[in-house]
Design a protein around this ligand. Structure first.
Ligand code: ZN
Ligand code: ZN
Length: 424
């Protein structure tokens, strides 16, 4: 471990001398105008990416890990950032030699300020790992269909950046003098003259931590952690299934005592609502999804269902039109389901490039026919006479045609069917 740190220090120095020109902003993938937030974000993602524990034996990654830490330390400090912007690497170097602010030379130390533990991942060296955090994020069906890049914000426990997770205002943490750092005390209790009992108790001076702080950090009151809102980017890929889990590595609750666990996001579908904008008011907003297929109920009038000659334009989730049509004479029976090919959900392919070879499920349209229950008097008369005319001419009595009996049928009695043979 020590050797490793020493090695990285050497690499860090070499990097400074040999590759001193590598631009810090470029290194973090940022513009010169980057905000503190963006700098932090860039460090978070890049330091995880290049962490030696994740890239065993990869010297390039190790070097990057050191460089990223260095870039972060310079750019995250207002003073050194100004110097860097004006005088570049050399200016920062001179400033450091001139006794600038406290610098963390060990990139693992910096890493641990972000992700807890001692700067390493759980799989190595028996590092304790914090619990995973699970959240549900509800998004409209439209976003599952079209795909979208968005953000969400959650509150989590974060290492206090004011005291860098020490809990102390001045950085001094002392070993508890009451328990000598053990966190417990042995007390002798006299039960009777000459009879003692030894009791082990929790040290109340340090609360069992074994360490005391004279001046607690005013931000976290010495608890070393704070509640913080954090915003994450969310990329919804077209056709992602409902309930899909997206893992954000080491973005769970943080603590100096463990390496942060993962944040796991479950994408669920939100209830459809009529929004204010046109694109939130399409028919598609109210499609129902099952796997790769979509379902829709379309209402037809009696005339339409029976006589045909109608057109419906259904607006899909991306705004395109699916046209339903019947020409005159095409009858649609109530509850018929029409399957419109390839108008369902896009099928999710994680490896699909440029949507090439994209496939879709089907759209199932169920027809509901509504009959008028109120008619104008004259209209009712007209219809009635038409019906009467054709009923007399070629009408069929369905009851008769199906051979149904005209009256009630006598059922056998429960006592026995053969009534005439009681005396046997
Ligand atoms: Zn603090
Ligand atoms: Zn103590």
């Amino acid at each position: 471990m020590l050797l490793r740190i020493a090695l990285f220090f050497v690499v860090a120095c070499l990097a400074l001398i040999v590759l001193g020109a590598e631009d810090y902003y470029k290194l973090l993938g940022l513009k010169k105008s980057a905000t503190d937030r963006e700098i932090k974000k860039a460090y978070r993602s890049l330091s995880k990416k290049y962490h030696p524990d994740k890239n065993p034996g990869d010297d390039t990654a190790s070097k990057k890990f050191v460089e990223v830490a260095e870039a972060y330390e310079v750019l995250s400090n207002e003073e050194t950032r100004k110097i860097y912007d004006q005088y570049g690497h050399e200016g920062v170097q001179q400033h450091k030699q001139g006794g600038g602010p406290r610098q963390h030379h060990d990139p693992f130390d910096l890493f641990s300020r972000f992700f807890g533990g001692s700067g390493h991942f759980g799989h190595h060296g028996g590092e304790r790992r914090g619990p995973n955090m699970e959240v549900r994020v509800a998004i409209p069906l439209r976003d599952f269909y079209n795909g979208r890049k968005t953000e969400f914000t959650i509150e989590k426990q974060a290492i206090c950046s004011a005291c860098e997770g020490t809990g102390s205002q001045d950085g001094h943490v002392e070993t508890c003098d009451t328990c000598s750092g053990r966190g417990v005390r042995i007390q002798r209790q006299q039960l009777a003259p000459g009879l003692f009992q030894q009791v082990q108790t929790h040290c109340d001076k340090c609360g069992g931590k074994g360490k005391t702080i004279k001046h607690p950090c005013p931000v976290c009151s010495g608890s070393r952690v704070v509640r913080e809102a954090e915003t994450h980017e969310l990329e919804i890929e077209t056709g992602m299934p409902t309930g899909v889990r997206i893992t954000y590595e080491n973005e769970g609750d943080e603590s100096p005592d463990w390496v942060a666990g993962d944040l796991i996001v479950h994408l669920v579908e939100s209830d459809p609502t009529l929004g204010q904008h046109d694109h939130e008011r399409t028919d598609g907003t109210f499609f129902r999804r099952r796997g790769k297929d979509l379902f829709w109920r379309e209402v037809l009038s009696l005339r339409e269902a029976w006589m045909g000659d109608w057109t419906r334009n259904i607006t899909h989730l991306d705004g395109h039109i699916v046209q339903l049509h019947r020409k005159r004479g095409d009858v649609v029976q109530p509850n018929t389901v029409e399957i419109v090919k390839d108008e369902g959900m896009p099928i999710w392919h994680q490896q699909l490039e440029n949507n090439e070879g994209q496939k879709w499920g089907d759209l199932h349209v169920e027809y509901v026919v509504v009959l008028p229950d109120l008619m104008e008097k004259s209209m009712e008369k007209d219809f009635w006479s038409v019906w009467e005319k054709y009923r007399k001419k070629s009408g069929v009595q369905l009851d008769g045609a199906w051979g149904r009996p005209e009256g009630a049928i006598k059922m056998p009695t429960p006592e026995g069917e053969d009534e005439g043979h009681d005396e046997l």
